[in-house]
Design a protein around this ligand. Structure first.
Ligand code: DAK
Length: 257
């Protein structure tokens, strides 16, 4: 598949997707988001891929949804536009997705990163929800995922006053896993992704699903979900292999079944 707004490659069981609209600071146009949806679905279905990395460039992960593409839209167009629905694809990906963020992660760019499973940031990363300056509010989780991470006081400042977070602040709030120098953040992300891609695949899939349920279910429902997933793993060859390998003091050979 040829992409116009993405650079997509596969390395060591990691699917790497780079936004490629550098002149527009990787503004997430409907066309780019349609391609992103396709690339994510293709990697999710590819048995040679175990983890996915989403990135931009050093100056910008993404400066938000494309303002020029939205400026004249009506409410009904925003609601009915299938391309905007492509944003949701990220929420249905079964494999772990890491966002490698450098420079601007603003508006929809920040929201997309927060919808990933982990964020690795460069020291220059800057996270924010500047939508208020455009007379709108965040539309892809910026009032919800952000508030759960940073709490009400700071979320209000960010959503209503465009207060931005540095990479280090975002790490302190648990939004970002690690911060690295600009020169190495992508390599470090690829290393982490490679590790993820070589874990037991069924356990990774259920582990991701279970952690995400913690944001949606009551504690009791979440615990019940976890317990069922835990039991299910005893039906996999990988559980037998993992435990046998431990006992035999050798590395496990995962089969993904
Ligand atoms: N959209 C379109 N173009 C953008 C852009 C954006 N978000 N951000 C930057 N650009 C373009 C600029 O227009 C400029 O293009 P030319 O004028 O050269 O043609 C080029 O990128 C370089 O930008 P600047 O000249 O402005 O560069 P500076 O270094 O001076 O400033 C900046 C960098 C990041 C501070 C500034 O560009 C900026 O403030 N950008 C806008 C940031 C922003 O407001 N982002 C939020 C957009 S609203 C939803 C899903 C998502 C969303 C909503 C709903 N659903 C699924 C329902 C998301 C909404 C948003 O993200």
């Amino acid at each position: 598949m040829e992409y116009q707004y993405l650079i997509v490659e596969k390395k060591n069981r990691v699917g790497l997707i780079r936004f490629n609209r550098p002149k527009a600071l990787n503004a997430l146009s409907p066309e780019l988001m349609a391609e992103l949806g396709e690339a994510l679905e293709a990697f999710d279905a590819d048995p040679e891929v175990g983890a996915i990395v989403l990135t931009g460039n050093e100056r910008a992960f993404a400066a938000g949804a494309d303002i020029k593409a939205m400026a004249n839209a009506s409410a009904v167009e925003m609601l009915m536009n299938d391309l905007i629905q492509r944003w949701e694809t990220i929420l249905h990906v079964k494999k772990p997705v890491i966002a490698a963020v450098s420079g601007y992660a603003l508006g929809g760019g920040f929201e997309l990163a927060m919808a990933c499973d982990m964020i690795i940031a460069s020291e220059s990363a800057q996270f924010g929800q500047p939508e208020i300056n455009l007379g709108i509010i965040p539309g892809f989780g910026g009032t919800q995922r952000l508030t759960r991470a940073v709490g009400k006081a700071l979320a209000m400042e960010m959503v209503l006053l465009d207060r931005r977070l540095s990479a280090e602040e975002a790490r302190q709030f648990g939004l970002v896993n690690h911060v690295f120098p600009v020169e190495t953040y992508l390599d470090e992300t690829m290393k982490l992704a490679r590790k993820l891609a070589h874990q037991a695949p069924v356990a990774v899939r259920l582990g991701k699903e279970a952690v995400n349920k913690a944001f949606e279910l009551s504690l009791q429902e979440g615990l019940a979900f976890e317990r069922r997933a835990f039991h299910l793993l005893f039906a996999t060859e990988d559980q037998k292999e993992g435990m046998a390998a431990f006992i035999e003091k050798r590395p496990p050979q995962w089969k993904g079944r």
